[in-house]
Design a protein around this ligand. Structure first.
Ligand SMILES: [Zn+2]
Length: 136
């Protein structure tokens, strides 16, 4: 009888292990997420996932300081010491193709990844239908 009890225990244990492995694979698997790509002077200086809330400080001799915030799947310029502060005034970006530009500091934050393919297809279709619209 003792053996059977152990078998049962073992079965429950392995079932629990299998279930947690399944859940882990399902929920903890890294996804193809939306990324913020940061460029300075046309050169990529960093990639950041919008899934990870973080605060990134860009500070470089001759360019000044920009503080990029990533929160709730959105990216925005929290702080900058550029003269116009236009980048700080820009709306948070979260979708493919959106960008924040700090012209005085030559800094560009672009959103890539996510449903890039779908967005492109929709934009392409809209453009096409505009062009073939009959005139007159
Ligand atoms: Zn700026």
């Amino acid at each position: 009888m003792g053996l059977k009890k152990n078998d049962k225990y073992f079965m429950i244990l392995s079932l629990t292990a299998a279930a947690s492995l399944f859940l882990w694979q399902r929920y903890a698997k890294p996804q193809e997420g939306v990324m913020a790509v940061v460029e300075r002077n046309g050169e990529i200086i960093g990639h950041y996932s919008l899934d990870d809330g973080q605060r990134i400080v860009f500070e470089e001799e001759g360019y000044g300081r920009n503080v990029l915030m990533i929160r709730d799947g959105k990216a925005y310029m929290e702080e900058a010491d550029c003269p116009d502060k236009l980048c700080v005034k820009q709306k948070p970006v979260e979708k493919y193709g959106e960008s924040i530009i700090c012209l005085p500091h030559r800094l560009v934050i672009r959103i890539t990844g996510g449903e890039a393919g779908d967005t492109d297809a929709v934009v392409g279709a809209l453009k096409l239908s505009d062009e073939i619209k009959p005139s007159g």
